[in-house]
Design a protein around this ligand. Sequence first.
Ligand code: SF4
Length: 699
Amino acid sequence: MLQSDQIIRSTCPYCGVGCQLDLHIKDDHIFRVEAPFDAAPNYGRLCAKGRFGMDFVTHPSRLTQPLIRKDFGETPRKAIGLEGFRPANWDEALNLAAEKLAGTVLRHGSDAVGTFCSAKATNEDNYIFQKFVRGVLGTNNIDHCARLCHAASVAGLSIAIGSSAMSNSIAEMKDLDVFIITGSNTSETHPVISTFLREAVVRGNAKLIVVDPRAIEMTEFATLWLRQQPGTDVAVFQAMAHVIVEEELYNKPFITERTEDFESYITTLKDFTPEWAESISGVPADLIREAARIYANANAAAIYWGMGISQSVHGTDNTLSLANLALLTGQIGRPGTGLNPLRGQNNVQGCSDSGGLPNVYPGYQPVDDPEVRVKFEEEWGVPLNPEVGLTTMEMVDAAEQGALRAYYVMGENPMMSEPDLRHARHVMEQLDFVLVQDIFLNETGQYADIILPAASFAEKDGTFTNSDRRVQRIRTALPAPGEARSDWGIIADLAQRVESKLGREHSAGFAYEHPAEIWDEMARLTPDFQGIDYPRLERQGGVHWPCPSPEHSGTPYLFADSFPRGKGQFTPIQFHPSQELPDAEYPFILSTGRVLYHWHGGTMTRRSQLDHIYPEATVEIHPDDARRLGIEEHARVRVRSRRGKIEVKALVTERSPRGTVFIPFHFAEAAANELTQDVRDPYAKIPDYKVSSVAIEAI
Ligand code: SF4
């Protein structure tokens, strides 16, 4: 067997489970990946992406030197390939980038710059990015892809309990008593978590209730499967709450001690009978009653959900209706309970924690709170903007209106992830300046004026925070290719150049030698992190925040005694139908999501051997619908919506219900978001990726 030169412990760069990996290195390549059996959270388990998807790191198309667009300055800009760029050295690229960013600030004001930080980059990269954006550029226009995946979970949980993180830990999953999975195809999106959940059912006799329109693998393990029509989740959960109240299954002591507005809330449930919900959702009333009884009567019951709940125009209401269930029954604040949004990207939790949001500094400290702002001003030594910044989608709107003139995009791919891509492209073409920092030239980089080549997770040190709030290390295992540099190093260099172009005498402070110094600065400013530092992570492998002091052991489950907002808030919810329903011209509901072998925009997995297993875009269509349209298995079909059209391969399967089709969003050549609509949840501003109307035809 090939002997490794080195074995480096790191954290998987794909999903929010945060599996620990041992990278076996030989001749500057990762030639094998193993999972350590003694390390949480995965204890020896990995999915296909973690085990076989790391060869993207040494793919020949990695960016190795800074690039400048040959037609720099010409608008409207067009998408170009590598041949449209010329190589540059770091000084030239960074000076030009600094000149353009500083020029935008001086000519149009700080809020004319929009920035995207990265749920794939480290906490340290994101901390220093938001420090640059706030402390140097002077704007709070910073956001990332959490806006497009779990913003509605964040909004709903913030209203109900005052905290948006997953409340309970992965370690509790194998001992569950009862649990609900809704809007999460867990076996494909969080595969290692799904193995613990299946174990709870198979070995521990846990009862599983799946609420999902698709026949996902977890339905095979379910005690009950509530197969609702897409977009009718609220009706099902409200009816469960109705049953819990009607049959007095609620937890009176918990409600008295830990919640408020119970009496007024229950008066709003009167009309939401299971029969009413059946007429809306198609789920039999008796199944809704049974699910409510199982959940409410359990000793401990947890709720897990994914983007099927949050990526909806009703996403905040979906989350609030789940929170109402937990507050009614007291199924929160104990092991094996809780409200658990399964976070998507490897560091989407950490990116938000590190201040990558337009309304908060690190640790969710509000930018419009004067006391908090003064704390950051004193640490950074610069005045800070008190106005909440723009969200991802609001930045697109502002760019369209000409108020926003420049983008700085680090490690994100909005040209794949935005809804209604034709519109997003049009906006991108009009910007004065686009700066992109990434490991590959992706669909967003094709619009860049300057591209800065970044190191991958395997070529730098830092920390990721997984879905259950566990801060874990990544470590340098390989040299970065060519001249690529760590994100934090690039930002620090750029920040100092922009400060100089702006004529600032005082620096906000970017002279770091190692990411540990950046972590320590963030921890000083963030009470929840103050007990975590690199030496402790070396000793323990990972620590769950909140961890307010070195003596504190970390917090695997939250809310044992109280909620961050004090008492839990019941919220009355109304049911509203989806905005674009099928009609004669577009008779199918389109839902989008992930498959096991790919990840998000496919930037990494499509440059790995996994692409051989799942090489092209597909559409799941029910056999009855396929027969009617004359579509055979694996036939090429055209899918059209009011926004655009794509061509994909048909998978004729009963997985999706009649009248609903499912398309994964990983394939640039057939991007599902050409079809999706730009309608947004009114609170969270998250677009609806789960219900759009489409037509399908055989080609
Ligand atoms: Fe990586 Fe997620 Fe798979 Fe674990 S479950 S190996 S973190 S992609």
